[in-house]
Design a protein around this ligand. Sequence first.
Ligand code: ATP
Length: 233
Amino acid sequence: MLSISNLSAHYGQIRALNDVSLNVDHGELVALVGPNGAGKTTLMRTISGVQDASAGTILFDGQDITKLSPSERVRQGIAQVPEGRQVFAPMSVEDNLLLGGFTRTRAESGEGIEQAYSMFPRLKERRTQQAGTLSGGEQQMLAMSRALMAKPRLLLLDEPSMGLSPLLVDETFDTIVRLRATGTTIFVVEQNAYKALSIADRGYVMETGRTVLEDAGLALLDNDAVKASYLGV
Ligand code: ATP
């Protein structure tokens, strides 16, 4: 579904992505883990189109999307939940959801909202509440639901557990597993390597702009180098 070949990205002279190749198949949950500054967020931003690639190609369902604008990529079926969730704080839960459906018809948006509420009854209870007053875990649910309003075929999640308490981290990963069970293909970037690799079909490890390891999620959890560097064991 997503096929990235020899991708590089720069901030001025700084090379943040260096010849990255990876792929995500239909229905897969793929995790990318790595330390601070490895280039994980830059990779997400390059896939969603808010950051330009300086070399390489991104194919989505066989089509070259490397030069498409972010909104064209959303229309193609890629939605991103950015790092830090970034819900529209002064707006209600429901208005946040409606914004996520900007590429859809009114009827489709109404259907999307009902689906979000049946998956997350807590959002329904808080439909008129200002999004900025939700708990961190609820904001994460809202951010994911808002992305799902575009009915994406591929969902990109950037550090979904960042800044959440351990209980809310568990809740967020449960949410990701539930989303995958609905058939959504998911690519998740995480610093919490243990959690991400525990739920992932496959994983990649990234260091200083390069992917250095690739394997099944559970195999990476069992990999000595991964254990030493990322799992503290
Ligand atoms: P973290 O887990 O800390 O968010 P990351 O793996 O997501 O890290 P990136 O944010 O992609 O890493 O950063 C990769 C590299 O690019 C870092 O060296 C960072 O300093 C640099 N970088 C990121 N954004 C910019 C920017 N806007 N201008 C200049 N350099 C940047």
